[in-house]
Design a protein around this ligand. Structure first.
Ligand code: GLN
Length: 195
């Protein structure tokens, strides 16, 4: 018997949500664009895409989304990319801003400077299948991780793909590369936590 497709929401308030939804659907998930807080109750997991974390925060606070989202990410699988990673982090600097704190890391926003606004790198990863292409766009840098964090890839000395239990985060945009391994990992996390 085929297992049912997990219902994975993609927060669609702003930013790069369509490409995530397409990738998740290609991998067999039921991908749902999420625009209202009431939609979260029906989901198994959520992707928080890249974009601008300050704009996300404004939307979330204005629409009464923040508290529901906060509860969600503390109990169900969530995957944050770039601005999504910033929202999930425990501590944000440059400048300081509120965050959901579901992932015990500190991030520095826009950490690679204007000259390096956008970079494509290939680096080693512990994901099976060899090195991984990573697209960085005004990326944050992870400056601190706690003991419970698993580092799956690095850019130089800085972690760029991390996992803490049901939370996955990348400072790059895996939805912009053809390689589906990062989304596949998230689906595996979702499937193993909804069994
Ligand atoms: N620089 C953005 C921020 O600080 C993140 C950029 C991105 O998501 N590509 O929120």
């Amino acid at each position: 018997m085929t297992p049912p497709s997990p219902a994975i929401g993609v927060l669609a308030l702003q930013g790069a949500f369509e490409v995530h939804a397409r990738r998740l659907a290609e991998l067999g998930a039921d991908a749902i664009l999420v625009r209202k807080p009431g939609q979260l109750a029906a989901l198994d997991a959520l992707v928080i895409p890249g974009g601008e974390s300050t704009t996300f925060l404004k939307h979330l606070e204005r629409t009464g989304f923040y508290d529901v989202l906060n509860q969600f990410v503390h109990s169900k699988p969530a995957f944050g990319t770039c601005a999504g990673c910033i929202l999930l982090a425990k501590e944000v600097t440059n400048p300081h801003q509120p965050s959901l704190g579901a992932l015990d890391i500190a991030v520095e926003r826009n950490a690679y400077g204007r000259q390096n606004d956008s970079t494509i790198l290939t680096a080693e990863t512990s994901l099976p299948g060899g090195s991984l292409e990573m697209v960085f766009i005004r990326a944050p840098r992870i400056t601190r991780i706690s003991n419970g964090i698993e580092v799956l890839a690095k850019r130089g000395d800085s972690p760029v793909l991390v996992r803490q239990g049901h939370i996955l985060a990348s400072t790059f945009h895996p939805e912009l590369s053809d390689d589906p391994r990062v989304h596949q990992l998230f689906l595996d996390i979702v499937r193993s936590s909804t069994l």
